[in-house]
Design a protein around this ligand. Structure first.
Ligand code: PEP
Ligand code: MN
Length: 573
């Protein structure tokens, strides 16, 4: 393999490329641009260029070359290589450190040894050279004992010099990331993550100067669960104060989610250049074990994924220490809305004491009127997280739109999809991709079949952690807010393997019915309850009429968990 590098024999680029191709034949080039030309014209079969250093950051000359080199699609990135960079200062045999007057090296290398140089050679002249190994070659050629070079240790051997001091870099973790490339025809795009290999994809994106365009572009990856590994902007030379963005993402361009995201980015951006999908260097990088590839179903399975026949013994869904679908009934309690920090902390501590397993509370509220309290948003999420920290109760909270999935998923242990959104398929998919367990409430006008198909959306998108929640449907009856459909509970328990719980608060909309309906639901076979509890229901900002106060909840909890230790009960009695 003939591999073009910037620099000469003994350079870091050569040593890095050798990690990939141990028997390579080096094709030395003066500039990065010449490396590209060598590969384009067949002077070399592959090229290897530094792209980033862990201490000083991006190698901008390489970045600036990429569009011009890869824009026409004839070259493609093939590998990433991480190489530890330890610097040695070297001189002629017999030279002494205190006799050195001038030090030659690549400016990047000089930059990486600033601390050592100012301490040991404060008065010397620092001279920039094309490359580290080339400066060693120059010292050897000039035969001047007052000259020294900073380069890799093996460059001293390559050019007949002796080390004067080793490992002089400012930080011993110093390493450089290199990228290798070949003609595109010689580099078929990898298909998915094969075996232990991991792929990254790099692209250049040019976007119009309009508010939100960069966010929109990056969001294409974020909402699909595609991790962004690096983002770099460089000035667009032909148009001052505009920028192009270099994006590295985790995954091959052929991964379905990456492919979908790229299609969206290509539609949004003024121009996209895919530089390649290439094997990532695992050791020492931020990539660890490949994430489990979620089972993503696009074709209809013979038996629906929610169907009980797929798991006749029932599925368990784990939320922290809480198990849905096991032998223990799960009791979720908390206010309809998070109203303030003090209020959620007080409620959380009270329901935890009374025997709740999980905390509920809405930060994003679906309200019938736009003038009603809409929730505290991200502040509410923070307060919920604080309540979890104080009580140990995992938190379930509603996510109203796909844009908010990431932020809600960041704070919550379980995402609630509310009745109004049960058939918001975009939201179902986005929530599924987030990976957190999902509480799927039944729409007030949804049939059992529609409810199960909504769950099927989440499962088909790859997230198996779904709990169903019956919360009442709309009937002709106006004496109660909704009609709790216990038929449906009994029926879905026959038809699905997913855990099923009941919300008696919204189910009736009447406080006095909450306890009897809870007991009815458990009798029918529900695996748990989600109940609205407020320390002062008369002044609740939403759903006060159906909220239990703390003593009422404590009484209910005693009936749900009669075998729980008495400690919690005594505290509240
Ligand atoms: C809620 O849990 O506060 C809520 C709005 O529920 P649903 O979607 O069932 O109306
Ligand atoms: Mn409510």
């Amino acid at each position: 393999m003939r591999v073009a590098i910037q620099g000469t024999y003994g350079s870091f680029s050569e040593a890095a490329a050798r990690r990939r191709w141990p028997d390579l034949i080096t094709v030395p080039c003066r500039e990065a641009r010449d490396v590209v030309t060598a590969v384009r014209t067949g002077g070399a079969e592959a090229g290897c260029l530094p792209i980033e250093n862990s201490l000083i950051g991006s190698v901008t000359t390489t970045y600036d070359l990429l569009e011009e080199a890869f824009g026409d699609g004839t070259l493609r990135l093939t590998h990433e290589i991480l190489y530890p960079v330890h610097h040695t200062i070297m001189g002629l045999p017999g030279a002494r450190l205190d006799g050195i007057k001038r030090v030659l090296s690549h400016p990047v290398a000089l930059g990486q040894c600033q601390v050592w140089l100012s301490e040991h050679l404060p008065a010397v002249e620092l001279v920039s050279a094309w490359d580290t190994a080339g400066s060693a070659e120059q010292v050897a050629r000039e035969k001047n004992p007052a000259l020294a070079a900073i380069a890799a240790r093996h460059a001293a051997d390559a050019h007949g010099l002796v080390p004067l001091a080793e490992r002089i870099e400012d930080d011993p973790t110093n390493q450089t990331r290199f990228l290798t490339f070949t003609p595109a025809a010689a580099a078929p795009l990898p298909v998915g993550n094969a075996g232990a290999s991991r792929y990254k994809t790099s692209l250049i994106v040019l976007i119009d100067h309009r508010p939100g365009m960069l966010a929109l572009t990056l969001q294409a990856f974020g909402v699909r669960g595609v991790n962004l590994m690096a983002l770099q902007s460089r000035p667009e030379r032909s148009a001052p104060w505009t920028y192009r963005f270099y994006v590295d993402i985790d995954g091959a361009a052929s991964d379905p989610r990456v492919a979908e995201a790229l299609e969206e980015v290509e539609a949004l951006a003024a121009r996209v250049v895919v530089l390649g999908s290439y094997e990532a260097w695992i050791e020492g990088s931020r990539l660890s074990a490949p994430p489990p590839t979620p089972a993503h179903h696009t074709r209809k399975p013979d038996i629906p994924l929610v169907d009980r026949r797929r798991a006749p013994e029932g599925t368990r869904v784990q939320v922290g220490p809480v198990t849905f679908g096991g032998s223990e009934r799960v009791l979720i309690a908390g206010p309809c809305s998070v109203e303030s920090e003090a209020m959620i902390l007080e409620t959380a501590e009270a329901v935890a004491h009374a025997g709740a397993d999980m905390l509920r509370g809405g930060a994003y509220k679906p309200r019938t009127s736009p003038y009603d309290f809409q929730g505290l948003g991200v502040k509410g999420l923070r307060y919920l997280a604080e309540a979890r920290a104080r009580t140990g109760l995992p938190v379930v909270t509603e996510v109203l739109s796909w844009e908010e999935v990431a932020v809600v998923g960041h704070f919550a242990d379980m995402l609630q999809i509310g009745a109004r959104n049960m058939q918001n398929f975009t939201l179902l998919r986005a929530a599924s991709r987030n990976g957190k367990p999902i509480l799927l409430k039944r729409g007030a006008g949804a049939t059992i079949e529609e409810w199960l198909m909504a769950a099927e959306y989440i499962l088909a998108e790859g997230n198996p952690h779904v709990v169903l929640c019956e919360r009442g449907i709309r009937t002709f009856e106006r004496a109660t807010r909704h009609t709790l459909d216990l038929n449906a509970v009994a029926m879905v328990l026959e038809r699905t393997h997913l855990p099923v719980i009941v919300d008696p608060s919204h189910g009736a909309g009447v406080r006095s019915l909450v306890t009897p309906l809870s007991l009815g639901a458990l009798a029918v076979g529900a695996g748990g309850l989600i109940v609205e509890v407020h320390p002062d229901p008369a002044h609740a900002m939403s759903d006060g009429a159906q909220s239990l106060d703390i003593p009422m909840f404590a009484a209910l909890a005693r009936q749900v968990h009669p075998d729980r230790p008495a400690r919690a009960r005594v505290a509240l009695a």
